[in-house]
Design a protein around this ligand. Structure first.
Ligand code: 4NP
Length: 149
C-alpha cells in the first residue's frame, strides 16, 4: 500500500487540502493509498486546518476538518514511501532531515511542472480556489505515477 505524506509550512492550508484530495482520488479509484500531511514549522501544532481550506474542500465534498496539524519528523522518512512538498522552501527543510541518500529520493515537489504550490495564508479567497485547482490537477497526475511504481 503506497504511503504518501504531503508537506507544507504550517500544515493548515495547503498540505491538509492536498491530503484530502489525494485521499478522495485514492478512494474513488480504489488505489489503496494511505495519506497524511505535516508541516515543517510548529506554529500550528494540534490545530484544525484553516477555515478557508475547510470551506473550499467542503464545496467539493471533501472533509478535512478532522486533521490536526503536526510537524514533519525524521521518522516520517521510514513511515512513508513518497513525501510530496509544496514549495522549494519545504523541499530544503525536509531534505535537511533526510537520514540517508535513499530517503532523499522519496521527496518530490507536488507539482509536476516544478513550480511551487503558492502559500495562500496571507492571500484572499481566490488564492484558496486557485490552490484547490492546482492541487486537484496535479493530484490526478500522481494517480498515474504512483500506480506504476
Ligand atoms: P500552509 O500555510 O504552509 O499552506 O499551511 C501557512 C500557514 C501558516 C503560516 C504560514 C503558511 N504561518 O506563518 O503561520
Amino acid at each position: 500500500m503506497p504511503k504518501i505524506v504531503c508537506v507544507c509550512l504550517g500544515n493548515i492550508c495547503r498540505s491538509p487540502m492536498a491530503e484530502g484530495i489525494l485521499r478522495m482520488i485514492s478512494h474513488k479509484h480504489q488505489l489503496g493509498w494511505l495519506v497524511d500531511s505535516a508541516g515543517t514549522a510548529g506554529y500550528h501544532i494540534g490545530e484544525a486546518p484553516d477555515t478557508r481550506s475547510i470551506s473550499v474542500a467542503q464545496r467539493h465534498q471533501i472533509d478535512i476538518t478532522k486533521h490536526k496539524a503536526r510537524k514533519f519528523r525524521i521518522e516520517d522518512y521510514n513511515e512513508f514511501d513518497l513525501i510530496l512538498v509544496m514549495d522549494q522552501e519545504n523541499l530544503l527543510d525536509v531534505l535537511k532531515l533526510a537520514p540517508d541518500q535513499r530517503s532523499t529520493q522519496k521527496v518530490k515537489l507536488y507539482r509536476h511542472d516544478g513550480k511551487d504550490v503558492q502559500d495562500p495564508y496571507y492571500g484572499v479567497e481566490g488564492d484558496f480556489l486557485h490552490m484547490f485547482d492546482v492541487l486537484m490537477k496535479n493530484g490526478l497526475e500522481w494517480k498515474d505515477v504512483v500506480k506504476h511504481q
